[in-house]
Design a protein around this ligand. Structure first.
Ligand code: SF4
Length: 336
């Protein structure tokens, strides 16, 4: 039986971050106004554990801002608060997200003492010009150095990237993805840039100095990136921002490609291209059985079943099956 994996995400907003990236209003994205107390962290973990089936693998994640930028005593207090869950086996590890310029050997030694297992860096782009224009406040070299140090210290490395940033292009995004693979990332998250209220980017947008990607452009761009990560074995933990309240009701969103099913649309697009390249000959035939890798069936059928609808133009009946022998975007097409 497959062990199910759950992340309990605790958001630590911008408090610790001295930067102001043009796209970020961390308070709005996280849907929280201030950092949680240790008691609130424990309450959140307890509440989540009640909803998670016995025997699942659980990780506790401190996400949102710049964890290793919090004063050391604060980091220790948060990490200490969740140690009992590791000791009792109710949680298998701790993930944190932070900035590349807040990684040092001393920090990693501390994180190791508290059994942190995975460190996710907000790399966003591996193009220095894009980093500069977006006010990230760190360089590509710092992403590389931090990644190397994290890997050398035996942590699981996550590198998050964004597409559609000011100064970014589809080519630069592909380059960033290839660099993330080259740096040995174990996981990634891919976010299309959204224009959030009360950010510098919102002002640039209103002044006509920044144009966000359209939904089609964002889906297309990420549909070129995902297969690279899949082929390299880099686990994709998320595509598109988690829909917090302000995004769902659009009170925080000024512009940009936001959709609750964004990840599904990307996978659907990848399969649309695959299907477009399948050659079936002329005339309508009876049956197509399309076997895809485990977990890929819904994506192959497509967003709003659009890929299935395309195939039904050539076949009277289309059946989708999954096989554990196939990986990634591999498939077998059997016609009858
Ligand atoms: S480093 Fe992260 S938290 Fe800080 S401003 Fe940039 S995106 Fe926001």
């Amino acid at each position: 039986m497959r062990i199910r994996h759950f992340n309990i995400a605790v958001f630590i907003p911008e408090e610790a971050c001295p930067n102001q990236c043009v796209f970020c209003n961390q308070h709005r994205i996280a849907g929280a106004d201030c950092a949680p107390s240790v008691e609130e962290v424990i309450a959140k973990v307890e509440a989540h554990l009640l909803t998670i089936p016995e025997g699942s693998e659980v990780e506790i994640g401190f996400f949102g801002g710049n964890f290793t930028g919090i004063p050391i005593e604060g980091q220790k207090a948060y990490l200490e608060s969740v140690q009992p869950y590791l000791a009792s086996g109710r949680a298998a590890g701790i993930r944190i997200s932070t900035r590349p310029d807040y990684i040092s050997q001393d920090i990693l030694t501390l994180l190791k003492q508290y059994h942190v297992t995975a460190i996710e860096l907000g790399a966003q782009s591996l193009d220095d010009e894009v980093l500069k224009i977006t006010g990230r406040g760190h360089s590509v070299a710092q992403v590389r150095d931090a990644s190397r140090l994290i890997k050398e210290n035996g942590f699981n490395l996550g590198l998050q990237m964004m597409i559609g940033l000011p100064g970014d292009t589809a080519e630069k995004s592909i380059f960033t993805a290839r660099e993330i693979i080259r740096l040995g990332a174990d996981s990634t998250r891919i976010y299309p840039t959204l224009v959030i209220k009360n950010t510098e980017l919102a002002q640039l947008f209103l002044d006509g100095k920044y144009t966000p990607l359209t939904m089609e452009e964002a889906v297309e761009s990420i549909s070129e990136i995902v297969p690279l990560f899949v082929a390299a074995g880099v686990k994709i933990l998320r595509i598109g921002l988690h829909p917090s309240e302000g995004l769902l009701d659009r009170t925080s969103l000024v512009a940009g490609p936001f959709h609750v099913s964004f990840g599904e649309m990307v996978f659907s697009e990848i399969w649309r291209k695959q299907i477009e390249n399948m050659v079936f000959g002329n005339g309508k035939r009876n049956l197509l059985t399309l076997t895809v890798a485990a977990g890929m069936r819904t994506a192959a059928i497509g967003h709003k079943a659009m890929n299935k609808a395309t195939l039904l133009e050539s076949f009277r009946k289309v059946v989708f099956e999954e096989s554990a022998d196939l990986k990634g975007f591999e498939y077998h097409a059997h016609t009858g």
